[in-house]
Design a protein around this ligand. Structure first.
Ligand SMILES: NC(=O)c1ccc[n+]([C@@H]2O[C@H](COP(=O)([O-])OP(=O)(O)OC[C@H]3O[C@@H](n4cnc5c(N)ncnc54)[C@H](OP(=O)(O)O)[C@@H]3O)[C@@H](O)[C@H]2O)c1
Length: 345
């Protein structure tokens, strides 16, 4: 079998392919033939060593993948050969709140999915929605679950709420689809005019170009009769935080998904510009990390019931995995960048 490994950091050329023998499952292990994986911005951060959790040198990269169960250990009860599965991003997080003892992540401190076969613990796996292709299912573990947890894990949104999404990255696109499904009004920001129509088709009620309009919070307030957003998925981090605080409603919530600027990691944010607004408007800022396995299962039921289809931008073959990284780094995609691992999908 072939796997890619992070042999050197800070360069996409440091992702090297190697040959191995196929591993055999221990009592609680499940052997999965990976069919497709999908890339997220975090996979670039891990490669560039700007991610908060350090990657193990030589680790198999990428958290998100889908595949077919080939063999199971003697003690495995939830899966059987032939089942279609995804692994949870936080392999040890079953339910409840995240804690320091369950921070291990696939494709970072644990081997990930850019491989032909993965050996995973049964507790870390979920069944995938039946209507999805391998490529579509591979997009769920990080981007979709992050959006789902942000919308359901803290201040749960309800019909009539206004949800604000920032940029048209993987997390934001799922947030648009889920928030629309939940009956919310969705206001979406993008820096690219040509994406606006497609964001509307996905469920955005209003699209604002945040490159052309630096003070976009005023437009959010105007669109909401001055009330502001009920929930902001802050995927821009320090790049956009000042404006998102202005755009958030009184007593409402910002789900903070990154501690740095997504596009400009060195971007500072002036605390004196946001603290008084946070305080006066009684806004809660809540960090959030992807999600637990039980949240993943709940999300998959909703995806199944509402026949949600993930948006895929481009699929690269396994042999061109590095090209997928180069493509994602350009930031021009709308939808997920996927790598197909098997020709049998
Ligand atoms: N806390 C968590 O659990 C969690 C989980 C997943 C991701 N995140 C974080 O959420 C953020 C978004 O992640 P993602 O995977 O959704 O990102 P992504 O797919 O790479 O999307 C980033 C978006 O930023 C916008 N952008 C504007 N200028 C850009 C440029 N020069 N280069 C690249 N992108 C540019 C683009 O949208 P437009 O073209 O529409 O402007 C792009 O689609 C990241 O900071 C990531 O670390 C956090």
């Amino acid at each position: 079998m072939r796997s890619y490994h992070l042999e050197a950091f800070k360069t996409i050329e440091g992702i090297q392919i190697k040959e191995h023998s196929i591993p055999q499952p221990g009592p609680f292990d499940v052997l999965v033939a990976i069919k497709a994986v999908s890339l997220g911005r975090r996979d670039l951060y891990i490669l560039n060593q700007t991610y908060p959790l350090a990657a193990r040198p030589g680790v198999i990269p990428i958290s998100d993948g889908a595949g077919e169960v080939i063999a199971v250990g003697d003690a495995v009860s939830r899966f059987k050969p032939g089942d279609k599965v995804c692994g949870n991003y936080f392999a040890h997080w079953r339910d409840g709140s995240i804690g320091p003892d369950i921070m291990d992540q696939l494709g970072c401190s644990l081997d990930g999915m850019l491989t032909e076969y993965a050996l995973l613990k049964e507790d870390s796996l979920v069944h995938i929605p039946a209507h999805l292709s391998w490529e579509e299912a591979a997009t769920l573990p990080c981007a979709a679950l992050t959006a789902w947890s942000a919308l359901t894990g803290f201040r749960q949104v309800s019909a009539g709420d206004t949800v604000l999404t920032i940029g048209s990255g993987g997390v934001s696109v799922f947030a648009i689809q889920f928030a629309h499904m939940m009956g919310c009004r969705v206001i979406s920001l993008t820096s690219k005019e040509n994406k606006a129509e497609r964001l509307r088709a996905l469920g955005a009620d209003h699209v604002i170009n945040y490159r052309l309009n630096n003070e976009w919070s005023k437009e959010v307030l105007a669109l909401t009769e001055g009330r502001g957003a009920d929930l902001v998925l802050e995927t821009g981090g320090t790049d956009t935080l000042e404006q998102s605080v202005q755009a958030t409603g009184f007593g409402k919530q910002i789900i903070l998904l990154t501690s740095v600027g997504t596009v400009n990691p060195g971007n500072p944010v002036a605390l004196n510009k946001i603290l008084s607004i946070l305080f006066v408007k009684n806004i809660t800022m809540q960090p959030s990390f992807v999600g637990s396995r039980l949240a993943f299962e709940a999300m998959n039921w909703a995806i199944t019931l509402h026949k949600i289809k993930p948006l895929i931008d481009t699929v690269f073959p396994f042999e061109e995995a590095r090209d997928a990284y180069y493509y994602l780094a350009k930031g021009e995609q709308l939808g997920k960048v996927v790598i197909s691992v098997s020709a049998k999908s």
